[in-house]
Design a protein around this ligand. Structure first.
Ligand SMILES: *Cc1c(COP(=O)(O)O)cnc(C)c1O
Length: 224
């Protein structure tokens, strides 16, 4: 199966045809990205800043680059000039740094707050209490060069669909709850980034607006 065929097959299964497909191209070469590009994909996700920057330099300028991985503060500067959306914002400190670099780049950077919904300890993100606490912080409304456009989460890696559905549902209800809150002007909540190769249909059934799909498009990753 070619990348193009994979993309067509995946799109056919979508419950929500308006859900954005972010093609997760981490570890895959530029030729693979170009194959997806030629099939019409413009949104690509990477989880390492260096790899993202290198690919962005070489590939077409109309690609929208999504930073989907855990982001270290000292690396924000390398991509602040062009990144389309940062999915994994998991602290106010990181958000402050993104704001600082966005000012330098003279732009506004769109961000998603990552929420910890999985059972596994290792996954990053705010829990609900931490998130509510951050929303009270008086620094938050002053960060005028970031725009928080939604939430992102990763479900537990398990065969138990009921559990995965419960986790996605918890993110969806937090999203709906926050939309009703009186939030600072740098919030414009509309995106819910959840769902990967193994669970994107479950995520769409719980209101995902953006799925991050890698291996189902490009094949298994070889980490070497
Ligand atoms: C790698 C990755 C994905 C894609 O995973 P697949 O299972 O290959 O679809 C999605 N989201 C994040 C945050 C990732 O790191």
């Amino acid at each position: 199966m070619s990348i193009k065929e994979n993309l067509i097959d995946i799109k056919k299964t979508f419950i929500d045809p308006n859900c954005l497909l972010v093609a997760v191209s981490k570890t895959h070469p530029e030729e693979a990205i170009m194959e997806a590009y030629q099939a019409g994909i413009r949104d690509f996700g990477e989880n390492k800043v260096q790899e993202l920057v290198e690919k962005a330099e070489k590939l077409p300028k109309d690609i929208r680059w999504h930073m989907i991985g855990h982001l270290q503060r000292n690396k924000v500067k390398y991509m602040a000039g062009f990144v389309h959306l940062i999915h994994g914002v998991d602290s106010l400190k990181l958000l402050k740094e993104i704001n600082k670099q966005a000012i330098k780049a003279d732009r506004t950077i769109n961000c998603l707050l990552q929420v910890h919904i999985a059972e596994e300890e290792s996954k990053f993100g705010f829990d609900e209490a931490e998130l509510m606490e951050m929303l009270e912080d008086e620094v938050l409304p002053t960060l005028k060069n970031v725009k928080i456009i939604g939430l992102m989460g990763m479900a537990t890696f398990t065969e138990d669909e009921e559990q995965v559905l419960r986790e996605f549902e918890s993110l969806q209800s937090l999203f709906e709850k926050m939309k009703k809150m009186d939030l600072p002007d740098n919030f414009d909540l509309k995106e819910l980034s959840m769902g990967m190769s193994g669970d994107y249909l479950l995520a769409q059934s719980k209101g995902s607006t953006m799925v991050r799909i890698g291996s189902a498009i490009f094949g298994e990753r070889d980490y070497k």
